[in-house]
Structures are given as structure tokens and as C-alpha cells.
Design a protein around this ligand. Structure first.
Ligand code: 8YV
Length: 320
């Protein structure tokens, strides 16, 4: 992002949680930046400063709910450091005339790359292989055989930007692709299933890549896991609450599915300890968009949207 002078003095911007050092540094240069996590008494702080806070930069770790929005009467824009909007009360923002922006597109490649990485790591047991060599076990014998990825039937829940990018990558592994979404995508050559249950019954690797909404919460339930079956794998790069985690744990422990690769969890950063044991599970700490390049691009969008708003220009990536 090009260096710019402060566009107005002083626009108060609140950053709700430690997000990215480049983002903080650039917001600091341009605005009067408040860091909410540094504040000893949040209620007192909001009472004192809410009148001057006109923008918030948020991260999905912290809910931007009605109560929080109500505590900021001068708020004009919520600029989210994420593509996912599930932690933001969009309806209330709309009602109050507060603009909302997110960071689509710039993170699509990284998240899709990670989905393929998770598939390969889970099926080919790459983490376990690494531990095997480091523990000196190779000298005692070869590693056991694993599961082939190329050619497996991949079912994708949500054929948006990220789902489509995963499909394209999986196609290059000669995988037949099918998908579930609320409606069939005109012009798509992939096979459409009108229900997740049918998709799960038909595929060998089920990938969750849809937004989290009330309709998609626990879209992966006991029935779906049973339909995926003992040779099926679940990959989740969407949101933790897409999956009923208790049901997933029991399906894995009881061998009702073959394995899972998970980047997201219901109650991050807490992960059910039952998932630490099974070696058919790969667990990642929500790193889908976590590269230097992508987080930098996301930060530029967060700042660019706030600047556009206060310069009365069209928002770069508006949601509301
Ligand atoms: C997070 C994400 O924003 O874009 C999303 O929806 O979940 C991630 O990119 C990132 O982990 C920063 O917290």
C-alpha cells in the first residue's frame, strides 16, 4: 500500500484483537488507532472513547455483535480482516446504516492450497511419516502403506470462490468433482447433488468450503458422516461449527469414517483432546489464509476500505 498522509484528523479506528503487525502499523500511520485488547477495563474505555470511534477493524476471533455495535454510537464502518462474516451481525449493521467490508479473493489461493495440502497430509500420512523418520524408526522397517489421492471422488460443500479453487486443483489430480450448494451453478461441469447426504454417499473425500450460516451450522452431522462411510475422509477448511464435533470424534474413534483433516474447530483455540490421539486425523491451527503475502493483502484491503469510506469513494469490497 502506498504511503499516504492521514486523511482527516483524527479518525478513531478501533482494532478489536491482535491481528497482524503490518495492519497495526499501517492503521497507526493513518488513524488514531485504539487497541481494544490492551485496555484494562473495556466498558470504561468504550464509555470514554466511543464518541470518537468511527471505524472498527475486526477479526473473526471476536464477535461484532449487537451489544458491541451498540456500544459504539459513532460507528460508520466495520472492516473485517476475513472473508467469513459469521461473527458480524450484518442485519443490525444494515439497520443502523453501518457499512461492512471483508477480504474476498486475496485469500482464495492460500485456502484452496491448504485444502489440497490437508487432503494429501491426511491420506498419505505425511505428518506421521515425518515423525517416523525423526524417531529413527525407518531403520527398523519401512513405513506402512497409505491411501492414494489421485483419482478419488471429491465432493465439495459450497462452490463459491474457495470451493471452485479447490475443485480446479483437485481436477489436476484427476479427481471426479461433485458439489452441494443451495442451488445448481449454471455453467458448471461438476456433478450437482441437491443434498449433503447424497453428496457424502457418493464421494470419497468430502470438503467443507461454504460460509457459516444458520442453515450450514452442523451441516456435517452423524447421518452425513455415516453416509461418507468407513473409507471416506472429511476435510474442513470452512468454519468449526459446520461440523458437529462430538459426532465427528465418535465417527473417528469408532472407525465409521477413515480420517479427517481439520483447519477449523467449534471452539477455537480449544480442540477436543480426543482428536489428539488418532493417527488418522490431521489438526491445523486455522492457518488457511496464514501466509505473509496473503495476510499483507488482507491488511491492505481492510485499510483500503476504511480509507475509501472516509474519502467518500466506493468501497473496495463491500458487503453491506
Ligand atoms: C481469518 C478467516 O481471518 O478469512 C476468514 O474468514 O477465517 C481467516 O482468514 C484469519 O485467520 C485471521 O484471523
Amino acid at each position: 500500500m502506498s504511503k499516504q498522509t492521514r486523511i482527516m484528523e483524527p479518525i478513531g479506528v478501533l482494532l478489536t484483537s491482535p491481528t497482524n503487525s503490518y495492519l497495526e502499523q499501517e492503521l497507526d500511520k493513518r488513524f488514531n488507532l485504539f487497541r481494544l485488547w490492551n485496555v484494562p477495563n473495556k466498558l470504561e474505555f468504550l464509555k470514554q472513547n466511543s464518541g470518537s470511534i468511527r471505524a472498527v477493524a475486526v477479526n473473526p476471533n471476536v464477535p461484532t455483535d449487537r451489544e458491541f455495535i451498540e456500544s459504539l454510537p459513532a460507528l460508520e464502518i466495520v472492516s473485517s480482516f476475513s472473508v467469513g462474516l459469521d461473527k458480524i451481525d450484518l442485519e443490525y449493521c444494515k439497520e443502523k446504516g453501518i457499512r461492512v467490508t471483508n477480504t474476498p479473493d486475496v485469500l482464495t489461493d492460500d485456502v484452496a492450497d491448504l485444502a489440497i495440502g490437508l487432503i494429501l497430509t491426511t491420506l498419505r500420512r505425511i505428518c506421521e511419516c515425518d515423525r517416523y523418520v525423526k524417531a529413527g524408526l525407518w531403520k527398523k522397517g519401512d513405513f506402512r502403506l497409505t491411501t492414494k489421492f489421485s483419482g478419488k471422488k471429491v465432493g465439495i460443500i459450497g462452490l463459491g470462490r474457495i470451493g471452485t479453487a479447490i475443485a480446479k486443483r483437485a481436477e489436476s489430480f484427476n479427481c471426479p468433482i461433485s458439489y452441494y450448494s443451495r442451488s445448481e451453478k449454471p455453467g458448471s461441469n461438476y456433478k450437482y447433488f441437491p443434498s449433503v447426504l447424497e453428496l457424502a454417499s457418493d464421494c470419497q473425500i468430502l470438503v467443507v468450503a461454504c460460509p457459516l450460516t444458520e442453515e450450514t451450522r452442523h451441516i456435517i452431522n452423524r447421518e452425513v458422516l455415516n453416509a461418507l462411510g468407513p473409507s471416506g475422509y472429511l476435510i474442513n477448511i470452512g468454519r468449526g461449527p459446520h461440523v458437529d464435533e462430538r459426532e465427528l470424534v465418535s465417527a473417528l474413534v469408532e472407525g465409521r469414517i477413515a480420517g479427517a483433516g481439520l483447519d477449523v474447530f467449534e471452539n477455537e483455540p480449544h480442540v477436543p483432546e480426543e482428536l489428539f490421539g488418532p493417527d488418522n486425523v490431521v489438526l491445523l491451527p486455522h492457518v488457511g489464509s496464514g501466509t505473509v503475502e496473503t495476510r499483507h493483502a488482507m491488511a491492505d484491503l481492510v485499510i483500503g476500505n476504511i480509507e475509501a469510506h472516509f474519502n467518500k469513494k466506493p468501497l473496495l469490497t463491500p458487503v453491506v
